[in-house]
Design a protein around this ligand. Structure first.
Ligand code: FAD
Ligand code: AMP
Length: 478
């Protein structure tokens, strides 16, 4: 036995490192175990999110958006640039620099909070002991009053498209292409497929997304998803629904992909193929059989609503437990668990976790969708407002999309907020705050919104709930 801690966290992603920091703030002696190392053998902190997820994908989304703006829209403002060129190596260096800055920031925060980083692969044993296998193969056992499992998730592999990270890549491989592929296939038109498809599409690739399901983004509000689908089509993304990939083969450096739509079979040839069909919890060899930890039917670590596993003093958070695989969900679970370890009551409102797709325009939603409310038999009223009637959106040349607010027909309480449009994520977040406070549509109607802002769309949509929007012809009158 080498050291005893109050808390050992396995995994330094956004769930694990946030939990560790909050535990330390609450006076606990904390260690974080992380297995990921760079090519010099130094620990890589920040997990999927910082290294191969949220942050690098957003860096590439922003670079490719600027490229497209320069190419297609700067001339509208009278700015002539000739024919802009993309230097993929520079774009990648910029992305890597941002990742380095943030992962270095996490290392600094852990140090500042006097959290030990233990390098190696952690495994939970019985009685709250953690065995860590260091990169040199040596093993040490640590113990703590509380153990937090935060080992995250991995991309799902499908046998019909085995990833070689050269021709057929997963999301990690799609973040390090050295050139823009001429023809890019993407399996799965979910969040990651749409974001990565957009990056390379904006830079000039012809992008085809093959999606097995018949409906587009079924977990989003159907009206917003439909509007998004229309806009992506306009942008040139070829989204084929009901297209189930059945096989693939690399021939002379090209990827031949077979897929079925109903009874028909088809073949497409791509320069590169991204497999983005979802992620699975990373639970392999994470805990011993006698540790007391159990799994749920979806292959996640089983936890209750406050992230306690079935083993006393063992918690699990983030992508490896039920709920959406989102960085902000994991981080807030990390805070919730830290507070409980310190003896505080700190529940998390799982009903108000925002979903965001960082395409352009963004798609974001929180709370109930119209189709969910219909299925539940709840009576509701809806207000929508188009960005085409928002002065600031027009001034920015960014006026595609709409915002939608759903309120209870009887109580007027806000039930859902959904948006496809410029800064959708930030606009929906405003409504999330209101929903946390139990606001009604009328509360938003009576607030003063700065002019000219995109936020005026929030105000107008709330007014539209009762047929009172000023800058459009209302269908219902009040
Ligand atoms: P992870 O971030 O996966 O971290 C787990 C850590 O645990 C890793 O560092 C791993 O090495 C370590 N580990 C695992 N097993 C062990 C072990 N036995 N011993 C020691 N260490 C171990 N989410 C958003 O909210 N917004 C986005 O915009 C977004 N974009 C994304 C884009 C892409 C391309 C991808 C792939 C994901 C994206 N996500 C996004 C999802 C987000 O990255 C994850 O939800 C988040 O990283 C999960 O956090 P986590 O801490 O649970 O796990
Ligand atoms: P997400 O979980 O948001 O990343 O989305 C993954 C998407 O991949 C889902 O919409 C799945 O329907 C889709 N998918 C999974 N397997 C296949 C397949 N073999 N062919 C086409 N699409 C698939």
């Amino acid at each position: 036995m080498t050291a005893a801690y109050d808390v050992i966290v396995i995994g330094s992603g956004p769930a694990g490192y946030v939990c560790a920091i909050r535990c330390a703030q609450l006076g606990k002696k904390v260690a974080v175990v992380e297995q990921w190392a760079d090519d010099k053998g130094k620990p890589v902190l920040g997990g999927t999110c910082l290294n191969v997820g949220c942050i690098p994908s957003k860096a590439l989304l922003d670079s490719s958006h600027k490229f497209l703006e320069a190419k297609e829209h700067f001339s509208d403002h009278g700015i002539g640039l000739g024919d802009p060129q993309i230097n993929v190596a520079t774009m990648m260096q910029r992305k890597d620099q941002i990742v380095g800055q943030l992962t270095g920031g996490v290392a600094g925060l852990l140090k500042h909070n006097q959290i030990d980083v233990v390098q190696g692969r952690g495994k939970l044993l019985a009685n709250r002991k953690v065995e860590v296998q260091a990169p040199d193969g040596s093993e040490a056992v640590y113990e703590a009053e509380n153990i937090v499992l935060a080992a995250g998730s991995l991309p799902i592999d499908i046998p019909v498209a085995p990833v070689d990270q050269v021709h057929i890549v997963d999301s990690t491989g799609a973040l390090v292409f050295d050139a823009v592929p001429e023809r890019l296939g993407v399996i799965g038109a979910g969040v990651i497929g749409l974001e990565l498809g957009s990056v390379w599409g904006r830079l000039g690739a012809e992008v085809v997304l093959l999606e097995a399901m018949d409906s587009f983004l079924p977990s989003m509000d159907a009206q917003i998803a439909k509007e998004g689908q229309k806009l992506f089509k306009k942008q040139g993304l070829d989204i084929r629904l009901g297209a189930r990939v059945t096989g693939s083969e690399v021939v002379d450096g090209k990827v031949h992909v077979n897929y079925a739509t109903g009874d028909e079979t088809h073949t497409e040839i791509f320069d590169r193929l991204i497999v983005s069909v979802g992620r699975r919890a990373q639970t392999g060899e994470l805990f011993a059989e006698d540790s007391g930890v159990t799994m749920d039917e979806r292959g996640c670590v089983f936890v209750n609503d406050v992230c306690s596993t079935e083993a006393p003093g063992v918690w699990a958070i983030g992508d490896m437990v039920r709920g959406p695989m989102l960085a902000h969900k994991g981080s807030e679970e990390g805070v919730m668990v830290a507070e409980q370890i310190a003896g505080h009551h700190h529940p998390l409102n799982y009903d108000l976790i925002p979903s965001i797709i960082y395409t352009h325009p963004e798609i974001a939603g929180v709370g109930k969708t119209e189709q969910e409310l219909k299925a539940e038999g709840v009576k509701f009223k809806v207000g929508t407002f188009p960005f085409a009637a928002i002065g600031r959106a027009l001034a920015a040349g960014d006026s595609d999309g709409m915002i939608k607010i759903i309120a209870d027909e009887n109580t007027d309480q806000l039930l859902g907020a959904h948006c496809v449009g410029p800064s959708a994520a930030d606009l929906v977040q405003q409504l999330l705050i209101a929903m946390e406070f139990g606001s009604s549509a009328e509360d938003i109607q009576m607030m003063v919104f700065g002019h000219p802002t995109l936020s005026e769309a929030v105000h107008e949509a709330a007014l539209a709930v009762d047929g009172k929007a000023i800058h459009m012809a209302n269908r219902k009158k009040r």
